[in-house]
Write a protein that binds this ligand. Structure first.
Ligand code: BGC
Length: 744
């Protein structure tokens, strides 16, 4: 007997109650039938299980491993790592009796200003999709559900419960839904959380097209759709749209409204049954496991440390100044309050209460060779106020040190759920200090801590090295020490572009909107797609990241088999050689471009671990889906056909090898009618023949009417036949159109 079998036993009121929670974090039990309540808890980068006495609070959750946030994990480009972290979070959840972890957050980083970017992976849907899929797979490998959020087009915090994200269908499909599709189809999450915002005017919680037609109809989602906490306004409309579970429960209101709507006929009881059944099936999936999880918190901490090291992006490293190679007797100056008071996660619902925290300056002290001194000066205040005394102490220390490690970053108040940032700059007191330190010591290495893109121009030119560590979890301090001293080799690559200026960002003119609407005016040209399309110089491009070793790319081959979109297979191979002196990981990135799309789009990638001097052969398998774009006219994915460029390289702007291939176009079954243009008629061999026959020829057999002058195609080619019929001299009559059209 399953819980799903109990559906017929439930009364109307019980079914309505089941579609709301019973507490802030629990589904509703039905004790009469032995149906238990399930517990949900926040993620995504660790478990936030609130203690029973403080359910609605944000702080004070039970201790759990705080892994790197998605901003950091995005830069790992390593699905296996993300899967292992997901599994660790799933195990901790199971240990706490939590059935579903509310994550991963996979929204696209449309603007660097989004206050929640630290919870999201990337500006690119492929990268966000691959990593989101890995996270879900990892969590669910532990018998615990994952909940992909926030569905959909939730790309800002400003007015987040009311704003309408107004986005065209191509951008919606190619950028804002594509990764959700991948995660749902491939990883089969137990739950999807709807977003707070509206999408093209309709609340996501009441969006039938999103929640039912696309999510279930097209992608075959078989789990539960839960509301974001407080996203439901009209419970009956939401239920009809496909939203199964309302959280937190609006008890006594929503359940009453559901029952009343069934009674007065405005809600078909079958819809309620479906939602109740999905929740019962969730209960069946979430059966407590026979073998309770045994949590090795030390092992999870070690995983968090290794992960944080794999996420850091070495943005620049002039003179190979990193890793630091201090000699006995040297002093390393560690400067910056953030080295002592680290910031390793963001604020809001994702905030984990860590099991322990590694402090960077302590971790460095523990790792430097004997007889190397690590001296510390705070240098600046985190509240942004100037403090001359602190600056002077830091400058003094820098002046007598062999090298300076300067910790800069966004203070906690700068990034949080609930608010967008207003600019991309670091606090002025920090960059002012940097200039003063660089004047007394040429070897200043900046360690950056931020959950989203910050502006590095122009301060980065004053220092030889910058290591962006993001918000990398409770073990970030140790990982930073490992990276600075070469125990670990950086292998992170930017999952988001770092522009020179906020004004350069593609969404700049349309963020965060006004009067309840934000227009996604840049369309598909989000992130690097936009910078590349207009040829804009950026500080550090998407995909960029250095290593302590170097890689060369050789032998690109591209083999195309198949002639139709159905059987097309493109196999791309290349060889990556580690040309440096130490082992390192390289992210081999494959970009494709074609005339109907942005200059290049990430189409596949692989992170490879290569010993010094060794080579790795990399193979990518692409099919038509990987190369298609969304046709708003035909409302489907199409291979546009024509010449495609296929490049592999170390970043979106460091393409090492490029080939071109000609690919077929997906034939579209578009009937020729009076609304089809002259050009469309003439492009179709049968249509052209029929049209020519209908227009006829002159006595000498030469074309007449609109076909008499081939140059007229330039002016008239985009006219639908119906419009041409208004001009008698073109020789196309309404009767002729009716005769030759495919459909009447
Ligand atoms: C957030 C969700 C979160 C939920 C529960 C909401 O405010 O948007 O991401 O899972 O609260 O805490």
């Amino acid at each position: 007997m399953t819980f799903a079998d109990l559906l017929p036993e439930l009364t109307l009121a019980e079914k309505a109650a089941l579609c709301l929670g019973s507490t802030f974090w629990h589904t509703a039990p039905v004790p009469r039938l032995g149906i238990p309540a399930l517990m949900l808890s926040d993620g995504p980068h660790g478990l936030r299980r609130q203690p029973d006495g403080n359910q609605a609070g944000i702080s004070g959750s039970l201790p759990a491993t705080c892994f790197p946030t998605a901003s950091a994990l995005g830069s790992s480009w390593d699905p296996d790592l993300v899967r292992r972290i997901g599994a660790a979070i799933g195990a901790e959840a199971r240990d706490h009796g939590v059935s579903v972890v509310l994550g991963p957050g996979v929204n696209i980083k449309r603007s660097p200003l989004c206050g929640r970017n630290f919870e999201y992976f990337s500006e690119d849907p492929l990268l966000a999709g691959v990593l989101g899929e890995a996270h879900v797979t990892g969590v669910q490998s532990q018998g615990v559900g994952a909940c992909v959020k926030h569905f959909a087009v939730n790309n800002q915090e400003t007015d987040r419960l009311r704003i309408s994200a107004d986005v065209d269908e191509r951008a919606l499909r190619e950028i804002y839904l594509r990764h959700f599709e991948r995660i749902i189809v491939r990883a089969r999450p137990w739950m999807v959380m709807c977003a707070y915002n509206r999408v093209n005017g309709i609340r996501a919680s009441e969006h039938h097209w999103l929640l039912t037609e696309v999510l279930r109809g097209e992608w075959d989602f078989d789990g539960v759709v839960v509301s974001d906490w407080g996203a439901v306004r009209d419970r009956v409309a939401a239920l009809s749209a496909g939203l199964d579970l309302e959280m937190p429960p609006n008890l006594g209101v929503s359940d009453t409204a559901i029952v009343a709507a069934v009674h007065d006929g405005t809600l078909d009881e079958k819809i309620l049954d479906q939602a109740a059944l999905r929740i019962l099936r969730l209960l069946d999936r979430a059966q407590p496991s026979a073998d309770p999880a045994v949590i090795d918190h030390d092992a999870h901490h070690r995983l968090a440390r290794a992960a944080a090291a794999d996420c850091a992006v070495l943005l620049k490293n002039d003179r190979d100044i990193l890793p630091l190679r201090p000699d006995a007797g040297d002093t390393i100056a560690v400067i910056g309050e953030l080295a002592r008071t680290p910031r390793f996660q963001g604020a809001g619902s994702s905030q984990v209460n860590p099991t322990r925290v590694e402090v960077p300056v302590d971790a460095l002290r523990a790792l430097v060779p004997a007889a190397v001194a690590v001296d510390f000066a705070a240098g600046y205040r985190l509240d942004g106020d100037d403090d001359e005394q602190m600056s002077v102490e830091a400058v003094d220390l820098a002046g007598r040190a062999r090298a300076v490690v300067l910790f800069l970053g966004l203070p906690a108040g700068a990034e949080s759920e609930g608010a967008d940032r207003r600019h991309m700059d670091l606090p002025g007191n920090q960059t002012a200090l940097l200039t003063r330190l660089a004047a007394v010591n040429t070897d200043v290495v900046v360690v950056l801590t931020s959950g989203s893109a910050v502006r590095l121009t122009p301060w980065d030119r004053h220092v030889p090295a910058v290591l962006e560590t993001w918000l990398a979890g409770q073990a970030a301090g140790g990982a930073i020490a490992d990276l600075l001293l070469g125990v670990a080799n950086p292998s992170g690559k930017l999952a988001e572009t770092l522009p020179h200026r906020l004004q350069d960002t593609p969404a700049y003119l349309n963020f965060p909107g006004e009067h309840g609407h934000v227009r996604y005016g840049e369309g598909i040209f989000v992130g690097y797609r936009g910078y590349d399309a207009v040829g804009r110089d950026v500080a550090y491009p998407f995909g960029h990241g250095l290593s302590y070793t170097t890689f060369a790319y050789h032998d690109l081959t591209v083999t195309v088999t198949g002639t139709t979109a159905d059987d097309l297979a493109v196999v791309v191979t290349c060889t990556v050689v580690n040309t440096g002196l130490r082992r390192g990981k390289e992210v081999v990135q494959l970009y494709t471009g074609h005339p109907a799309g942005p200059p290049r789009e990430l189409t596949a990638f692989a992170k490879v671990d290569v010993a010094a001097g060794a080579r790795e052969h990399v193979t990518f398998h692409l099919d038509a889906d990987d190369l298609s774009s969304w046709s708003s006219r035909h409302r489907r994915w199409l291979l546009d056909g024509g010449t495609y460029t296929i490049s592999v390289g170390a970043s979106s702007r460091d393409l090492r090898l490029t080939a071109t291939v000609d690919l077929p176009k997906t034939p579209v079954d578009a009937p020729l009618t009076g609304e089809s243009t002259l050009r469309e008629w003439l492009a179709d061999p049968s249509g052209a023949a029929r049209l020519k026959a209908a227009i006829g020829v002159d006595a000498d057999g030469k074309p007449v009417g609109v076909l008499a002058d081939p140059e007229s195609l330039t002016v008239l080619g985009d006219f639908p036949l119906q419009a041409l019929a208004a001009f008698p001299r073109f020789g196309i009559s309404q009767a002729a159109i009716a005769e030759v059209s495919d459909v009447a």
